[in-house]
Write a new protein. Sequence first.
Length: 268
Amino acid sequence: MFTKAPLIPLLLAAGTALAQNSVVIPNGYENAPGPSAFIGPLHGDPRTNQFIIRESQLTAIVGQDITAIAFRLPASATSDWPIVEVTYFSYDILLSDGVNPSSRQFDFFANVVGPQDLVRTGPLVVTPFSFTTGGAPNDFGPEIELNEPWHYAGGNLVVEVLHTGHDQGFRNNDAVGTSEPGYLTEFANIWQGTGPSPVQGNFSIIKLITDGATCPPDLNGDGVVDADDFFLFLQLFADGDPRADFNNDGVIDADDFFAFLNAFAAGC
Ligand SMILES: [Ca+2]
Ligand SMILES: [Ca+2]
């Protein structure tokens, strides 16, 4: 006998979707098309692309788990893509901390700081006409989901995308050129195809999607609520830092202290 139980996962899924958050890099291009295009993360030939992103571009998602990335077609594209189903034999994504874009080298390993985590691997299938045109900017294409969420605790970020290409040939995407403001200070790209070493390239406009979940008492955004957060709160409180206004009423007072204590005790 059927019951209404299957509705519950649906409702939960809807709730998760509503909580989603995202950031578009470079900042400022969420609602504006890029001035350039790039033949990289969507192209038919194998490519490795490394996005080197300064922390100032990522303040909207500090303390959140990245769950997917997305790209979009350039404003110059005249027809939706792909016209038949496209399969990348392998589409890998690696995430890590990184150097400042101004310090980037033409060396994938040199730009990574700390461990580099393989957060997605395996084939990627792109549904026909799922990347649309006619917008300024165009809508982002389907989210390329990570196999597992990756906690962004702050700092510079390196997103590396390696793919084996597909049999549908040319495909560029919306991008920002190397002479635009912010390139090499706020963001940078190196890439490699069949050449002997990585070279500089336009920065593909990339959307990072998170689960939107934040943990207010995790003040330092490292994914755990512990004594470090407690002492950080005391410091912020003593300094009159706006982040100490824990109940967001515009005043820093004892109410914030108790609100923090309660959230701290509750954990996340
Ligand atoms: Ca913490
Ligand atoms: Ca307050």
